[in-house]
Design a protein around this ligand. Sequence first.
Ligand SMILES: NC(=O)C[C@H](N)C(=O)O
Length: 337
Amino acid sequence: KEVENQQKLANVVILATGGTIAGAGASTANSATYQAAKVGVDKLIAGVPELATLANVRGEQVLQIASESISNENLLQLGKRVAELAESKDVDGIVITHGTDTLEETAYFLNLVEKTDKPIVVVGSMRPGTAMSADGMLNLYNAVAVASNKDSRGKGVLVTMNDEIQSGRDVSKAVNIKTEAFKSQWGPLGMVVEGKSYWFRLPAKRHTADSEFDIKKISSLPAVDIAYGYGNVTDTAYKSLAQNGAKAIIHAGTGNGSVSSRVAPTLQELRKQGVQIIRSSHVNAGGFVLRNAEQPDDKNDYVVAHDLNPQKARILAMVALTKTQDSKELQRIFWEY
Ligand SMILES: NC(=O)C[C@H](N)C(=O)O
């Protein structure tokens, strides 16, 4: 009977990368002060025995770092391992445990480059497993539930935090400390409660199997950096980033990705030198940047990031630049993904 049950269950691989979900604090009262990336994947899995009722689960330790330290090389390494597993007929779904600081970047990266319909779920926690009311156990349980469910196929890379199923494209860490840290300006796709998924909407943008990008064809990512807009801003950061080799600069602008008169001439000059200028917005609840608003994008040959926040715009720009250097193509890609 047990063998029969195992055969019926989906096979889910948990790829661990570190973060607070693998964190440990000095006492149970340390919910916000602790060290991330301390606990190995086997211990994480052993900590939630109920996973065995959802799927045949096995773990792999891909990285063991706090996610603020993730590099482009780490992204490529993880992305390539996900692709190998997704191609295996013994794997039905993949869960990635990850720090929450850059979880939205990794989830969006995988959403762009993994050519598969199999569920890929990225999950983290806001409190270490050693804390009272730790959220990692339930988040991980929910992630495995979603990854083992056939209904999750073809919906792009997903994120399960705080009982919500979010699109990896849209979701962003909106607050810290609180367990309801992750939000999307377009709302969650669904809920996962006691291991059961409830879907309400689907992603409209191109992703995974329908993407023109393929991790297997990407061997390196170009330098793309972000500079912040604010009152009394100078052009120092923009110039310095370009001098240090940035192929594109994400302008994390105020409002509609607007550009200060102190910075505008420098951006025009950098564009003439070949640096792509991508205007995004750093407004808190989600930007919506349109072309040729206060900035003449057609004349200056800029790209706009539309609703992508600056850190997600950086991910898409890096991936897109592996295929094209043409600003019109880049803009098409920013509308479609
Ligand atoms: N909650 C967390 O996971 C935060 C941690 N700094 C990380 O991103 O690894």
